[in-house]
Each structure stands twice: as structure tokens, then as C-alpha cells.
Design a protein around this ligand. Structure first.
Ligand code: 3PG
Length: 213
């Protein structure tokens, strides 16, 4: 049976990354993405204000699934979960974060780019991983090779995904969703052009519908 996150991703398999330091801008960006049809949001923990931004999003929006990305340590994982993160994404695979998330029932997408990493994630009990950095780690051919041996694994390619290659990544059946920052361009947000963010989200939703039928 699909969980809530899987159901959302089945409907729109695209996860935009929010890299804002300013919580008010993080909320506006999220609203613009939601207006365009994307409801699973990853807030990356790369700036001092990022976690406050995630909290503001959780506080001021409704009906979205909001997770924390670029989570590097177990303490950070615990902290973002205490702030309300509904899923966790990491650039790599740290076993103690995986075990914590499994125990807490929090979906966890660790970055993987080798068969050994995917196998370690599998052995830990995970069935969903990030594939990162997707374009440099072998792209679609690598995903197909992984899928032929890891039949139960689902992948979230992130890193170098754009509207141009989104159809190719989504054509791989084991791809649960694609993640990326192309939906939240800093120049548009700096200019207050949230309409552009909504347009990019809509475009991604349209591409996904066509790719997935
Ligand atoms: C990540 O955190 O997954 C990547 O930095 C996103 O890569 P992108 O900016 O190429 O989408």
C-alpha cells in the first residue's frame, strides 16, 4: 500500500528544492510552487535561516508535505524532525540516520550513486533512495542498470535534473520522483517574480503527466 508521500509523488513526481535563508521568501516560494501543482517540498538545510523557513512553511501553509534536505548528521535529523519535517533527504548514506528514520517511521532518501551504496541502503531496510548527483552519476543508463538488479528499489534522481531531461528520468519506472532546484531560480525569487516559479512548477507537472501517461 502506498503511504501519503508515495501517493502525492504518484500524482506529481517532482520535488522542488527550496534554498532560502529568509523564512518569508521560503513561504512565498512554497506557495508559488503549490499554485503550480507541486505539493511535496524539500527545504535544504544549507543556510542559517533554512530550518526556520521550513517551520514557517509548515505553520503558514496547508495540505503540503514538507521535508528537510541536505541533512548531514543524526543530530540534525532529530532537530528537523522536531521542527516537523515529514521526510528527510541527505546527499549521502549515513547508517545511523537511516536507522533513526526507520525507527521513527520518517521517509528517508539518502543519496546513492554506486551499486554498493544502493545495496547498503537495501540491507538497512530502505526501499527508496535519492540518486545523486543524477546527471554526473550516470543518469538514465545508470538508473536502468540499478533497476535491473535492485528490483524493489525506487529512486529519486536529483542533481542536474531540469525540464529538458525530466521526461527521460521519469520514463524509468523505478523513479519515484525527480528533485531539483531548477523550479526555484534564485534570480526570479530575488526579483519577487513568484509567477515564474508557478509557471515552472506547472511546466513540470505537465511534463510529468505526459511522461507518465
Ligand atoms: C541537491 O541538493 O540534491 C542538489 O544540489 C540539487 O541539484 P540541482 O541544483 O542540480 O537541482
Amino acid at each position: 500500500m502506498m503511504d501519503a508521500l508515495e501517493q502525492r509523488l504518484a500524482a506529481a513526481p517532482v520535488v522542488p528544492l527550496i534554498g532560502e535563508n529568509d523564512p518569508a521568501r521560503a513561504v512565498k516560494t512554497t506557495q508559488a510552487l503549490a499554485d503550480g501543482g507541486l505539493s511535496v517540498i524539500e527545504v535544504v538545510m544549507r543556510s542559517p535561516g533554512a530550518q526556520a523557513g521550513m517551520e514557517a512553511i509548515l505553520d503558514q501553509t496547508e495540505g503540503l508535505i514538507v521535508g528537510a534536505g541536505t541533512v548531514l548528521t543524526l543530530d540534525q535529523a532529530k532537530s528537523v524532525v522536531a521542527s516537523g519535517a515529514q521526510f528527510i533527504v541527505s546527499p549521502g548514506l549515513v547508517d545511523e540516520i537511516a536507522r533513526y528514520c526507520i525507527d521513527e517511521g520518517i521517509p528517508f532518501f539518502p543519496g546513492t550513486m554506486t551499486a554498493g551504496e544502493v545495496q547498503r541502503a537495501y540491507a538497512l531496510g530502505l526501499r527508496k533512495v535519492k540518486f545523486f548527483p543524477a546527471s554526473l552519476a550516470g543518469g538514465v543508463p545508470m538508473l536502468k542498470a540499478f533497476s535491473s538488479v535492485f528490483g524493489e528499489m525506487r529512486f529519486m534522481p536529483t542533481g542536474g535534473v531540469s525540464a529538458a531531461n525530466l521526461p527521460d528520468f521519469l520514463s524509468v519506472p523505478s523513479v519515484i520522483a525527480c528533485g531539483g532546484s531548477w523550479l526555484t531560480p534564485a534570480n526570479a525569487i530575488d526579483a519577487g517574480d513568484y509567477a515564474q516559479v508557478t509557471a515552472l512548477a506547472r511546466e513540470a507537472v505537465d511534463i510529468a503527466r505526459k511522461a507518465r501517461g
